[in-house]
Ligand binder design. Sequence first.
Ligand SMILES: [Zn+2]
Ligand SMILES: [Zn+2]
Length: 229
Amino acid sequence: MTNPESRESLCLHFLWDWLKEQQSLLRSPFFPVLFSLTVYLSCCLPYACLDLLCSRLHVCFIFPISVLYWYWKPVFFPPLAPDMLSVVRDILACLLLFDMQYFFWHLLHHKVTWLYNSFHKDVWELLSLSLFSTLNPALLGCHPLTEMLFFITNIYLSVEAHSGYEFPWSPRRLVPFGLYGGAHHHDLHHLRFKVNYAPYFTHWDRLFGTLLGPDTKRASSNTNTFKRM
Ligand SMILES: [Zn+2]
Ligand SMILES: [Zn+2]
């Protein structure tokens, strides 16, 4: 006759035997850190995935549009790679052009009530913004490699602006003279609506009097969700 208790503990025996075989790892000084970190991150992972799925803007619109663009885009391979200086210059030019287009397009949506109610945060607005970002490298005659690097930079900056975090290596801290807005700057747009229309840089908002810096008194309240590291 089989003892039910022993049957129940059978899988524990398997687990324990397997763990005993890993003794060298378990006795290693790295094990406490590795074990704690793995357990902690595994528990956080489902929530991180939920956060990602809830971010409809990026997952439902920007991601599929990006996939379709790279799927249909004609592929050509110039024999030579671009030089580093022209890559940096062209990426900066594409970013500044995109920043200007986004600023005026965004401002227009906030000034015209009908546009704001019909299109702001809607798929059509995102489509037009994706159009700007994909047209700019073609308009400026960029090398395909530069175009790919601009795509990576633009997506990184867009995700960073919506991340709610600011690290010592965040663009706002790397670009001098307050020329770059960053995550807190963009958070303030979502909180106050009538400020910080540009996605990345600050010069257009400064020129039009719509800039709200993260350190101003008006900005410091009601921004508890922002995390500065
Ligand atoms: Zn936003
Ligand atoms: Zn807006």
